[in-house]
Design a protein around this ligand. Structure first.
Ligand SMILES: [Zn+2]
Length: 302
């Protein structure tokens, strides 16, 4: 059986990727096939424990208490995303498949999704499920915040343009205690890029439709646009809300830049000065890392 799926692969096993990939791939699903290998027989989805919390379902190898901070963190993200963008009620649940460790996770992904590259976590949206695949690790909170954000968006909207999908996922992956959801790594790189002559270009960014074409610089620019629109641009949040209203029904995302240009003809320049004067002090990051402030993320199952 084959199935066309949207997949999100964001991180390598041990650290953030230098280049993130969102693939539109045809994946051979071996479940149900008569020729299931021995490896496939042991590569099963976590099913020992299940927690259902509203539109969030977590199936896990390890027991997680229903009041675990991770669950509340994800519920908070869901509420924030829905409220910030005035999204309609989700029409599908998001299922998180949480493996006990990297080995079991990798074994499953290699057996069931052999065409996908090895990554720390995935979001796979298919006609049958909005699924997040991840495993317990020191990065599990960040991984789940990022991938679950994709799930929340796709549960409410018919289509999501790549730049906005990744920009919002990068925005919400930051630790809950991060001041204004600042992303230190992106901010530093954006400041350096500006000094080296780079300039924001939303019209260019939103033309990227395939993850294979999207490099790290594009991810950080997508984050910057989302941050600018939500925190600084007058009427920026309303623009996003209105745009998401169109995405509820649109089969193909309409151009957002045209709508931004009506409010801010010089939007690209405005973002450049937002990066150099508001996010940084002329390129110097002066605020502390949110992760450092709130401490290491909670990683224990219970
Ligand atoms: Zn992503």
């Amino acid at each position: 059986m084959t199935s066309e799926q949207q997949t999100d692969s964001d991180r390598p096993p041990a650290r953030r990727l230098s280049r993130r990939q969102w693939l539109l791939a045809t994946v051979l699903l071996l479940a149900g096939s008569s020729c299931v290998s021995t490896q496939n027989q042991v590569a099963q989805l976590p099913s020992r424990y299940e927690i259902e919390s509203g539109d969030l379902i977590i199936r896990s190898d390890l027991k997680i208490k229903s009041d675990h901070p991770l669950i509340e963190e994800l519920r908070t993200i869901q509420r924030d995303v829905v409220q910030t963008l005035a999204l309609p009620k989700p029409h599908r649940p998001v299922v998180i498949h949480l493996f006990s460790d990297e080995e079991r996770y990798s074994q499953y992904m290699q057996a069931r999704h052999p065409n996908l590259p090895p990554r720390r976590a995935f979001f796979i949206g298919s006609p049958t499920e909005l699924g997040v695949y991840a495993h317990w690790s020191p990065n599990v909170n960040e991984d789940l915040r990022h991938e679950y954000t994709h799930g929340v968006l796709h549960a409410s909207l018919r289509t999501v343009p790549l730049w906005l999908d990744e920009g919002l996922a990068e925005y919400y992956e930051t630790a809950p205690g991060s001041p204004q959801r600042m992303h230190r790594e992106h901010t530093q790189r954006l400041a350096v890029a500006l000094k080296n002559g780079w300039r924001p270009d939303l019209a260019r960014l939103e033309k990227i439709e395939e993850v294979a074409q999207m490099g790290r610089a594009d991810y950080q620019e997508a984050w910057a646009w989302v941050h600018y629109l939500l925190h600084d641009a007058p009427g920026g949040q309303e623009l996003l809300v209105e745009y998401c209203r169109e995405l509820r029904k649109a089969e193909k995302p309409p151009h957002f830049y045209d709508q931004v240009a009506k409010s801010f003809p010089d939007a690209d320049l405005r973002l450049a000065s937002y990066i150099s004067l508001s996010l940084t002090d002329h390129g110097r990051v002066t605020w502390a890392s949110g992760e450092a402030r709130v401490g290491k993320p909670e990683v224990r199952p219970e």
